[in-house]
Design a protein around this ligand. Structure first.
Ligand code: GDP
Ligand code: MN
Length: 438
């Protein structure tokens, strides 16, 4: 799960495509080390704040970072019943388990004191759900917290999502009267219970569409108008904040006749960062490794793995191919660092600095395909970095494409102990061999 900083501007786009995402995850799980999020992800409480600012109905809530704060929040809410929810960037919390032994990331209680006791067993512990790595995700200060909300009775749980759909080239509203549960299961076992409304982005959502969806979700009488109104508000929110997905599960109704968004998951379009500064400022980078954040400062994308060969590449596709071929030759990548397109010599230097700062790294494999990238710039960056950083690990370089001849001359005449490689296979073999020798 968990998802937003992408691997590179263009690679990020690629990775968002479903076809590639599992590949990246496969590389990660092969490597046995999971750093799950790469896209802007907000916690539920942050998403709900945006929703409530746009007239979408959510429960009253506070967030807390300690058990004491949770207890105080519960008292302050002064509600008949309270729901305590662990804030991690993964779904399926209700059925999750903490390594404190506590079962369930979502708890209902009438007693504020119990809220404190439950929070005690959540904060600082890992919560494992169907969507997290096996060991779970830590509910941690200062970013990850617990949400203390006024619980409402739920008489019916439906599912509602708005997403940018590639096939339709625009927003689609997806809903099911069978909510609360795993929607993939519903889609598989009862596809007739999944309803869709394609929205024309220029015309916007029509009343008739919102009404039809409300009806398909099973909202009756006055609840139908209320649900339709909530759906329209969610659609306006979706557009306004440049979301690629707004998912509400459960989109529920209460016995008192209110339509309420009980849960919230919003994904954002990274390309809209420039005009959604406030939202991107909320980005929870606490699940990133510090080195990833450092890389992002230089417009480099870093993914940590657990082997010993650092990969210095351009493009997510090449990164994955490089990792694969290292595995095939019996080695293990320590990480990959993606240069992206319009690269400058100084970035190459920073990249090497980052790669070599990782004590796991025993060799570096450079695999650059110069399309937009000029190989000579890379070669100059490499030689400069080697000299200034007094590189102590073997360096295997494979350059191909624009200005490759000049690049090779630069490397050769540098007199530095750089091992050239003719192609990717050759590069991987040499890198793996250099580590094995040690
Ligand atoms: P998720 O498991 O991570 O998707 O977390 P949710 O926020 O969806 O909560 C899980 C389940 O807890 C929901 O499907 C509801 O059945 C239940 N739940 C959450 N909030 C409330 C509430 O205020 N009242 C009641 N009665 N149930 C709730
Ligand atoms: Mn949910």
């Amino acid at each position: 799960m968990a998802s937003p900083v992408a691997i590179a501007a263009q690679a990020g786009k690629l990775l968002r495509e479903r076809a590639l995402r599992p590949r990246l995850l496969a590389v990660r799980s092969q490597a046995g080390h999971l750093t799950p999020r790469r896209w802007l992800n907000l916690q539920e409480y942050q998403s709900k704040k945006l929703m409530s600012e746009h007239g979408v109905r959510v429960q009253r809530f506070f967030v807390a970072s300690t058990a004491k704060e949770a207890l105080e929040a519960a008292k302050r809410l002064n509600a008949k019943e309270i729901v305590l929810k662990a804030q991690i960037l993964a779904g399926g919390r209700g059925k999750g388990v903490f390594d404190s032994g506590l079962k369930g990331g979502v708890h209902l209680t009438k007693d504020p004191k119990v809220v404190g006791q439950l929070a005690q067993q959540m904060i600082g512990y890992n919560l494992a759900t169907k969507q997290t790595p096996k060991e779970g995700v830590k509910v941690n200060k200062p970013i990850e917290k617990v949400m203390v909300a006024e619980a409402l009775d739920i008489s019916r749980e439906t599912y509602l999502a708005i997403l940018m759909d590639r096939a339709h080239n625009g927003p689609v509203i997806v809903g099911s009267p069978q909510g609360g549960v795993d929607i993939e299961e519903v889609a598989a076992s009862s596809p007739e219970l999944i309803f869709k409304e394609q929205i024309d982005i220029f015309e916007g959502i029509k009343d008739s569409q919102a009404q039809r969806m409300a009806e398909n979700l099973g909202f009756l009488g006055s609840l139908k108008n209320q649900a339709a109104d909530q759906i329209k508000k969610l659609y306006h929110l979706f557009l306004k904040i440049d979301a690629t997905q707004v998912e509400v599960n459960p989109f529920g109704e209460t016995p008192e006749g209110q339509v309420v968004c009980f849960d919230a998951k919003i994904n954002f379009d990274d390309n809209a960062e420039f005009r959604q500064k406030d939202i991107f400022a909320m980005d929870d980078k606490s699940e990133n490794e510090p080195i990833e954040n450092e890389a992002a400062r230089y417009d480099l994308k870093y993914i940590g793995l657990d082997g010993n060969i650092a990969c210095f590449v351009n493009g997510a596709g090449l990164a994955m191919a490089t990792c694969d071929i290292i595995f095939l030759n019996g080695g293990r990548p320590a990480n990959f660092l993606d240069l992206g397109g319009g690269v400058k010599e100084a970035q190459v230097y920073q990249a090497f600095k980052l790669l070599t700062s990782d004590p796991k790294v025993e060799a570096i494999l450079v695999n650059i395909f110069g399309g937009i990238v000029n190989c000579a710039i890379i070669a100059n960056g490499i030689t400069k970095a080697c000299r200034e950083l007094e590189l102590k690990v073997p360096l295997v370089v494979r350059l191909e494409g624009t200005n490759v001849q000049e690049a090779q001359n630069i490397l050769k005449s540098s007199g530095l102990p750089i091992t050239p490689a003719v192609d990717l296979e050759d590069a991987a073999k040499k890198a793996v061999a250099s580590v094995a020798k040690k």
